[in-house]
Design a protein around this ligand. Structure first.
Ligand code: ADE
Length: 231
């Protein structure tokens, strides 16, 4: 899979893509993440990427030309299956969106800044608008990193134990059950006996029940959609 991230602040993305699972996924050739500096696609001598809003008002707007130049240049090699725009007024990101995006071959992620992009970009070039939640960040970069992380860890081979993504919270509309590690007792706080029993079917049953309980109490909205809400 290829992910092209288009941004005015490429430095902000160095760390998220340069460590741990995302770094290893790139080293293994399972994903190719390319971060593009929008200023490199500006035709003007000051390398501007923004301008005043027509009609007045505070805040700058990202101009069409550098974005279109960038998208067109990158698509000379291979067309994008999705051009995603990160914006607080997009569709709220969730695990099922991560699942479907992880199956794509070549996508672009455009990070918004200032007051956002010229609306014509959204109308004519963007295929999908994504928000990571109902709050406003200083720019789309951190949101893009969140979305890319959620997608990349689902690509087969990225996680060492492939089943571990399948047992993540949200994969079946249930939150994950609690986990414990050694020691079995710490300052009088004990691990549930069942987990020490060696009885795998009983452990699985316990985990499933815990997941149901956790989802019902913490996320009744998710529980209602899970299909396990039989009452
Ligand atoms: N840009 C600013 N805030 C954002 C959000 N919540 N989600 C996606 N992109 C954003």
């Amino acid at each position: 899979m290829k992910i092209h991230v288009i941004t005015v602040l490429p430095e902000l993305l160095e760390s998220p893509f340069g460590h741990s699972i995302l770094k290893r996924a790139q080293q293994k050739g399972l994903v190719d993440v390319q971060v593009h500096n929008l200023r490199d696609y500006s035709n003007d001598k000051h390398k501007s990427v923004d301008d005043y809003a027509f009609g007045g008002g505070a805040g700058m707007v990202m101009m069409m030309e550098p974005i279109v130049n960038c998208l067109e240049r990158l698509q000379e090699k291979e067309p994008f299956e999705e051009v995603i725009y990160m914006t607080p007024d997009g569709e709220t990101f969730n695990q099922s969106m991560a699942n479907s995006l992880s199956l794509k071959g070549n996508i672009a992620v455009l990070c918004g800044h200032y007051k956002g992009v010229d609306e014509r970009i959204r109308q004519h070039f963007v295929t999908r608008e994504i928000s990571i939640g109902d709050y406003v960040l200083s720019g789309g970069e951190l949101a893009a990193a969140v979305v890319c992380d959620a997608i990349i860890r689902l690509i087969p081979g990225v996680l060492n134990d492939e089943t571990s993504a399948l047992t993540d919270s949200f994969q079946d509309n249930l939150l994950a059950p609690p986990v414990y590690t050694r020691p079995a007792e710490f300052r009088g706080m004990k691990v549930p006996d069942i987990l020490l029993s060696g009885n795998t079917p009983a452990v699985e049953k316990w985990r499933f029940e815990q997941a149901l309980m956790r989802t019902r109490t913490r996320r009744p909205d998710l529980f209602a959609r899970s299909g396990f809400d039989t009452e």
